[in-house]
Write a protein that binds this ligand. Sequence first.
Ligand code: GRF
Length: 219
Amino acid sequence: MTIPRKRTAILVSGRGSNMTALLSAAADPAYPAEIALVVSNVPGAPALDKAAAAGIATATVDHRAHAGRRAFEEALDTVLRDKGVELVCLAGFMRLLTPWFVERWHDRLLNIHPALLPAFKGLDTHARALAEGCKIHGATVHVVRAEMDAGPIVAQGAVAVLDGDTEDTLAARVLAVEHAIYPRALALVASGAAQIDGMRVRIRDGASTSPDPLLVPAG
Ligand code: GRF
């Protein structure tokens, strides 16, 4: 029996390493999402070439070419709907989305954030975790709500913060966690195993992808 795969778009602005992790997972025909489209708001973003090299359709919707956020988001929404997209993953997409767009994709829009939410919303998460003396840091995949870096948490992964860590060494270990948890989280949502109940996401019994939080050992 062929399981219908959810048509998924990935929105990017830069290098696209999380996008690459999602593309790799979705290369397996048994994965519950297929990547139908990669969209960048930045013309020439490196992620676009990587997606094209993997045989994935790409599009650019340049926010600077639109008169305001709403016009940009309407253009983006049209590109997604024209491709029959059902789920959207933000992966290093550096634009804040308005409540209008977030509501149009309610419960169908995921984001990855390089911190253990609700701690360290916003930018410079690794430097802030070091400055606060955190012993554990990590990454979160969540369903997007109108408030920035907030919404029901689908998956988190953690790393130990080491005495010798710099922003760069910590960022590199967290990035490896991001690449592990985003494909798992998308699988849970695309397969319907993740059930959203307020701020809680419960995983249906028998889901083949483990919902356990990832704790990645140091070193
Ligand atoms: C990642 O750290 C992601 O969590 C954050 O932006 C970065 C994007 O990296 N939102 P990449 O483009 O996926 O390599």
